[in-house]
Design a binder for this molecule. Sequence first.
Ligand code: URP
Ligand code: ZN
Ligand code: ZN
Length: 470
Amino acid sequence: MTRTLIKGGTVVTASDTFAADVYIDNGKIQALHAPGLKYVDDHDVIDATGQYVIPGGIDCHTHMSLPFGGTTASDDFHTGTVAAAHGGTTTIVDFAIQSKGSSMRAGLDAWFAKAEGQVAIDYGFHMIMTEANPQALDEMAAMIREGVTSFKMFMAYPGVFLVDDQQIFRAMLRAGELGALITMHAEIGLPIDVLVQRALSEGHTAPVYHALTRPEVAEATGTERAIALAEMAKVPVYMVHLSAQRALERVMEARDRGLPVYAETCPQYLFNTEDDLRGDPPGVGDGEWKGAGYVCTPPLRPAHHHDHLWRGLKNYDLQVVATDHCPFCMKDQKELGRGNFSKIPNGMPGVETRMHLLYEGVTQGKISMNRFVEITSTAPAKLFGMYPKKGNICVGADADVVVWDPKRVKVLGTSTLHMNVDYSPYEGRRVPGSPSHVLSRGELVVKDDVWVAKRKQGRGQFVRRATFGL
Ligand code: URP
Ligand code: ZN
Ligand code: ZN
């Protein structure tokens, strides 16, 4: 295993910014010391002068190879994790699925099989619970022994993932006994389905109706209900992919009352708007159909939500920015919904662009550099039982390290990105900063946007996560 000295950079953690050299051996950070100290050992040197040295990004919400809406997310565990690394993310937490009528064990084994021999960086799993029957509640303990310590439940997608309040409540009570964390997709799916059917019967088939049939109040109400259930069960709860002002206000009220309520948002809710779903003006480009590339759930919101979400990140009401990376190609996949917006597979690409977009927020003064590190790495590591192995630059941590060059400029687009998808929601956008070096457990994997590690497929390791400890 190569020893590496990252020299001359500015280390940034969630709490501190300081000049230090970082010495790496055996996959771990072995020493942080004043610049210039000489080592006698042989080691590689990375010159980080003028650059930031930050913990590798942790994307705690991805869906590689997710079967959805009659097709499968176009990034698999290989392409998706290689892309993640190019963007400065060194760990993902993806979602295994307990199929209805089947066990969590079978679901976990199926997702291990998808990931094994494919992953390029480290990975963990949450478990999507589609039933909270006595057998499933029992199985939660077995999942935790496997290091799968968080469970996602859905108030949305009737007939697919939706579970009722009683099941959510039972799972929360069990999670409380086990130290597990319940994460919630908090849009109320049953009334949304009525709005969808009504829109279609009125002949509204364009992508923008995806947003118009999933109003903000549906997410705010789901958020409030999930918080109420967690309060009754006396357990923490984590809201995934929060998209809008009113849902955020429900989270803020709960946190002000001292409840352990946590929430993530995603770059698409900070950078894209409902207008993207309208596509090009009629007669231009692909017309309204282009909007299909922006169909994700919850939907994109009008632009005024952005300021609320940025403020939420700055003020600690939102803890994490993950991606909900779930790409589908326009060709053959998004096309399934031509003429019926409800058949457009839900999801957007994002695992490779998250760090770039969030860093733009730093350069615009929306968040500090320390907060950038916290919301992209340290907070997800803590909330999901990976800290301090992941999420920090400290002695003893895995050497998942990104040397981030603030002077570089990246133009986002399908020709510069590595995700396996035929469009980019950010085509042509110039963003400041880029990773010059990405290390995963001490191994240099990406240098100057080129994969340089000998191994790619299968070099990532499964991360057994601890129970909820905040
Ligand atoms: O559009 C989305 N979010 N697709 C993935 C499924 C989910 O709800 O996270
Ligand atoms: Zn969801
Ligand atoms: Zn998701």
